[in-house]
Write a protein of this length. Structure first.
Length: 230
């Protein structure tokens, strides 16, 4: 079983280090990055990811935040060896999609990194994470981030979750300051078959509480295969 890691709005695998180190070495893990300077729509990103999925072995997608939409879109198009999807802090349906009109590159460029990091990590931030995120923000294109943000604010994941051909498990960070708390209520109302696990931590859960997040992932994988990766 291979585990593919799809990144958040930033689109890079650079932040997956702590989480990968929390996983057993025997687990075949592939972290993916999206093009940094080119905006690809959610369907285009799903097609991009499809180029990396295994053609001869089962796999699971772990989608961080923004990439929940990418993973669900890929599943809806058909992926023969896909066995399950884990959504970590993903938006289900934004209560105010009109906010997408407010997203523009200038606003992103003018937003202080310290404010963004506070929303993403809060009291869980470390010096290493602060340094890594600072380097990341200096490389990312505000135009690409703005376009991705507009798309995800308009995206309705509920129909895709409800009709997803493989099991879906939702991981909710307990101290998430990015995704509204009501998202889990929507999920429970419209997709009661989808289990939700609350894990202590902020939106950047895989970076700040990787061991607890890894435990949820390993339990999900063992439920699919009957064997826990060790």
């Amino acid at each position: 079983m291979q585990l593919l890691l799809l990144p958040g709005l930033h689109g890079t695998s650079d932040l997956f280090g702590p989480f990968i180190r929390a996983l057993p070495p025997s687990l075949d893990t592939l972290p993916l990055s999206y093009p940094e300077r080119e905006h690809l729509t959610i369907p285009s990103l799903a097609l991009f990811v499809s180029e990396y999925i295994p053609s001869n072995q089962p796999f699971v997608l772990l989608a961080e935040s923004f990439s929940g939409a990418v993973a669900l879109t890929l599943a809806s198009k058909g992926a023969p060896y896909l066995r399950g999807i884990l959504l970590c802090g993903s938006l289900v349906r934004h209560p105010h999609p009109v906010l997408a009109r407010c997203c523009n590159p200038l606003l992103i460029r003018l937003t202080p990194d310290a404010f963004l990091l506070h929303r993403l990590a809060g009291a869980y931030v470390t010096d290493d994470l602060r340094s890594l995120c600072g380097d990341l923000m200096s490389r990312l294109s505000p135009a690409v981030l703005s376009a991705r943000l507009k798309e995800i604010l308009r995206f309705d994941a509920l129909p895709l979750i409800a009709h997803c051909p493989v099991p879906v498990h939702y991981i909710r960070p307990s101290r998430d300051k990015v995704i509204p708390k009501g998202q889990v209520g929507l999920l429970e109302e419209h997709c009661p078959h989808v289990p939700v696990t609350v894990v202590p931590g902020p939106h950047l859960l895989l970076q700040t509480n990787p061991a607890a997040a890894a435990e949820v992932v390993l339990e999900f994988l063992s439920g699919l295969t009957g064997v826990r990766p060790a």
